[in-house]
Structure formats: C-alpha cells, structure tokens
Design a protein around this ligand. Structure first.
Ligand SMILES: Cc1cc2nc3c(=O)[nH]c(=O)nc-3n(C[C@H](O)[C@H](O)[C@H](O)COP(=O)(O)OP(=O)(O)OC[C@H]3O[C@@H](n4cnc5c(N)ncnc54)[C@H](O)[C@@H]3O)c2cc1C
Length: 439
C-alpha cells in the first residue's frame, strides 16, 4: 500500500516510523519546510542549541514516548528537572510547586504551618481527581466543590502550567481531561523530564528509520497544495510533482488541513472542526554568555501567568562552556478578546512582566545576552483542549483519510498528543491492511 504523509512534525514522523517497519507499506513523507520537526524543531545559534518550542516531557514513565522507545528501539537519555528547584511565586512569596510531598517537606521557604496547609491543598486535589471527571469542566467542579479559594487557585494554576493556558481557559477544560491527565502525572515517578540534547535526538532517529527502510522517501520543501481523487487513487500536488497514493495521512494542524481541503468534496466533513481555537503563548528565549544566577530550574509567576525555565540547569549540553539558556513563556488569552490596539498593549504588558520576572531572579541578564528570540505568537497546541473546541478524530466516518497531530484525538496533551495520535494513525492503517488481506 502506498501512503502519503503530509507534515514532518512529531506526529508525521511517528506515523512514518511505525509504517516504515511494515513490509506492506511504502510511501512519501511531505514536509513544506526545509527541515523536519515542525514546532519541535531544533536549531543552533552562536553555540546554543535552541528548541523552537517544546522542552519538557510530562510523566515520562507513563508517556507515549516510553512506548515508542520500546517499540521502535529509540535510544535517548533524559534528565528529571530538579524538583527542589521548581517554584511558584505568588505576590512576594515563593512556594515549591506541588510535584511531590518530599519536595514540600524539604523546603526551607515555608513555615511548618504553611507546609501543613499546602499539603492539605494538594491532598485535596489528589483526593478529588476521580470526582472531577463527572463534571463538564473544571470550572463547574470548582463552583460546586466548596473548596477554599487557595485550593481553587492552585488547581487553576496547575492546569495553566501544564496546558499552557490562562486561568479563564483552565476553568473550561473538560473534567474528564483533567482527571485523566493528573491521574497520570501524579502517579508518575518522572513528572518533568528533558530529552538530553533536545528533541532532535528523537526526530533524527525517527527520520533515520524512515530513510533506511528504502521503501520510503522524505520530500523536504515540498508542501502539498492540492489533492484530488481519480479512479481509486488520491493525487497529491506539490510544486515539483503530482503523484498518486492509496491512502493519505494528514499530520498537520487542523487549521491547515481545513485549508488544504477547502473546495474539495471532503470540505463539509471538516466543518465541525473549523472554528477551533489554538493554544498560543509568548516565548522569550535568552542565551547568556555566563551563568548570571541559578536560583531555580523553573519559576512560575502565579500573578501574571508566566514562567521561566533554566533549560541549561537540566541540560548543560545545550549551551557553550559556562553559558546559560533561559526560556520564558507567557500564557495568552485568545486574540478575539480585544481589538488590534488592545492586543498590542496586552502583548507589550506581557513582555514587561516577563522582563521584570527575569530582573527579579536573574539580575544582570540584560548585559549577558548572547542570543535572544522573542515570539509573540507561538502555537503550542493546534486545538486548545477546552469545552467548545473539538479534537479531530484519527478517522472521520465516511471520510477516506487518517489524521494525527496535537489537534487530534489521542493520549496526553501537547507533544504527547502528537506522538500518540501518530502512533494511532499508523496502527489504524496497519489494521486496515491486515483486514483487507484476510477478507
Ligand atoms: C513555545 C512552545 C513550547 C512548547 N512546549 C512544550 C513542552 O514543554 N512539552 C510538550 O510536550 N509540548 C510542548 N509544545 C508543543 C509541541 O511542540 C507540539 O505539540 C508538537 O510539536 C506538535 O507536533 P505536530 O506534529 O502535531 O505538529 P507540527 O509540529 O505543527 O507539524 C506539522 C508539520 O506539517 C507541515 N505542513 C503543514 N502544512 C503542510 C503542507 N501543506 N504540506 C507539507 N507539510 C505541511 C509543517 O511545516 C509542520 O512541519 C510546545 C510548543 C511551543 C510552540
């Protein structure tokens, strides 16, 4: 069976790697950019290795990447972010993030009474995880829970940090999504890990699998800009060719799938997914020529909903000798809330809040900057997982295509959703081919 995969991000590479292990499949992976990796691509600048987006893997031991490590024989090392240095800042106070109880008991920052109270709040969260799934949204649960305001705030902030969204959006996350996600995370022995050497360590191995299978090829800088059906085949058009395939996997953000299929007979099937909103953040990456301060591995400003990760505190391979790499992220509200001028003022305010968080904890950073990248609109997840949005299924009934990516149904959020849906799309194709042989 000849398959086209459109999109060479984590989802497309995952689907291609699984299919390349199957002798009955051959195909082409189309990627419109000059490089693979999509929003998880890695680049070098002045001796720093920067990830365009993702760094952290949440709950690695229960993550789809661990299944892939086993099934595809991937080899990578990872390192747990130092839990004792993962902090929340609220007003003037610093408290450890609720990653585990040991973290909490060891800290010198809280008084005994504060610790007891904090432990109580976290226990309440864990104890209520299974209740939450019966509510439409986190907001509905909190409204009925009778929980103290601090517990509510902690809940919202946890969801903000894991889903990269604002508190307003956090309240709109479905109860079942919260319940599944935190069940996994709190049971994990490896809550926040980095893949050492960046995402390229994973994407390069997936790419090599595809290339070495010899039944597959990777077409870089070949965006697919048209698709039609003729005599049982799907014809894909790029600037360089028009080629026929038996099956097509769309491994790109839902918004781009919708655009590509506009004006085709398949457009109506995508209508329910057209108005989905994406999760967007502001990114503020700085590479410093020396370590200016190393108070935390992660500091989250609870008041302004932004955080800074000291990426190089966990993975020193990403910086030149003695350097420091910090990544700031600010959660953003939807663009629809406010006009153009308001939006500019809103983003300027976020930039100032971010810079003052750097000033507070990394004094001297301005003079030490060797590399800087600020993006005021980076798409973290192509479909924000909140009530009102609909994730795209891996296959829509009566539509002949397969879908994967972080806007599709799958396990986990963010990169895990890209991996898990890519793996699922491949398994659906393999199952379909097996069924065809037996019938
Ligand atoms: C700032 C930021 C921080 C993040 N942090 C984390 C984190 O800490 N942990 C985590 O798990 N996740 C994180 N993420 C999310 C993670 O990066 C994404 O979920 C994941 O990379 C999405 O992969 P994907 O394959 O679904 O989509 P994409 O990466 O968008 O891949 C789609 C690919 O399709 C290509 N394409 C599109 N249209 C066409 C076409 N017509 N023809 C050919 N090719 C096409 C695109 O060029 C792209 O390469 C972060 C993201 C950002 C932006």
């Amino acid at each position: 069976m000849k398959v086209a995969i459109i999109g060479g991000g984590l989802a497309g590479l995952t689907a291609a790697a699984y299919l390349s292990e199957q002798p009955g499949f051959r195909g082409v992976l189309f990627e419109r950019s000059p490089q693979l990796g999509g929003r998880a691509f890695t680049y070098e600048k002045s001796g720093f290795t920067l990830n365009y987006g993702a760094h952290a893997i949440y709950g690695l031991d229960r993550h789809t990447l661990s299944d892939m490590e086993r099934e595809l024989a991937l080899q990578f090392s990872s390192k747990q972010v130092d839990k004792r240095k993962v902090m929340y800042e609220k007003g003037e106070h610093l408290t450890p993030a609720p990653m585990d109880f040991v973290n909490l008991v060891k800290t010198d920052i809280l008084t005994t009474m504060q610790k007891v109270r904090f432990v109580g709040e976290i226990t309440a969260i864990i104890a209520n995880i299974h209740q939450i799934k019966h509510y439409d949204t986190l907001g509905d649960y909190l409204a009925e829970s009778g929980a103290a305001e601090d517990v509510k705030e902690l809940w919202e902030h946890l969801v903000c940090s894991n889903f990269f969204i604002t508190p307003e959006d956090a309240r709109r996350v479905p109860g079942a999504v919260i319940s599944d996600y935190y069940h996994n995370l709190f049971l994990s022995h490896r809550p926040v890990n980095y893949v050492l050497g960046s995402w390229a360590v994973i994407t390069n191995q997936l790419r090599d699998k595809v290339v070495h299978s010899e039944r597959w090829s990777i077409a870089l800088q070949e965006g697919v800009d048209g698709i039609r059906y003729e005599q049982g085949k799907y014809w894909l058009k790029t600037k360089a060719r028009e080629e026929e395939f038996d099956r097509v996997v769309f491994a790109m953000p839902v918004q781009q799938v919708t655009k590509l299929l506009r004006g085709t007979p398949w457009e109506p099937f995508l209508a329910p997914y057209e108005h989905n909103t994406a999760t967007e953040v502001m990114v503020y990456d700085i590479g410093l020529n020396h370590v200016v301060a190393r108070p935390f591995s992660y500091i989250s400003d609870m008041n302004h909903k932004l955080f800074i990760s000291d990426v190089s505190a966990t993975d020193h391979t990403l910086v030149p000798e003695g350097g420091q790499l910090l990544q700031g992220i600010a959660y953003l509200s939807d663009e629809s809330s406010g006009g153009d001028t308001d939006r500019k003022a809103y983003l300027d305010e976020k930039t100032q809040q971010m810079e003052s968080l750097f000033d507070r904890h990394y004094p001297g950073w301005r003079e030490a900057v060797a590399v800087k990248r600020v993006s005021k609109k980076a798409m973290v997840q192509s479909v924000k997982n909140i009530a009102g949005n609909r994730l795209l299924p891996n296959r829509i009934e009566s539509m002949p295509f397969f879908f994967c990516g972080d806007g599709c149904e799958g396990k986990g959020e963010l990169a895990e959703r890209a991996f898990s849906s890519g793996r699922k799309a491949a398994s659906l194709l393999i199952a379909e081919a097996k069924k065809a042989i037996h019938s």
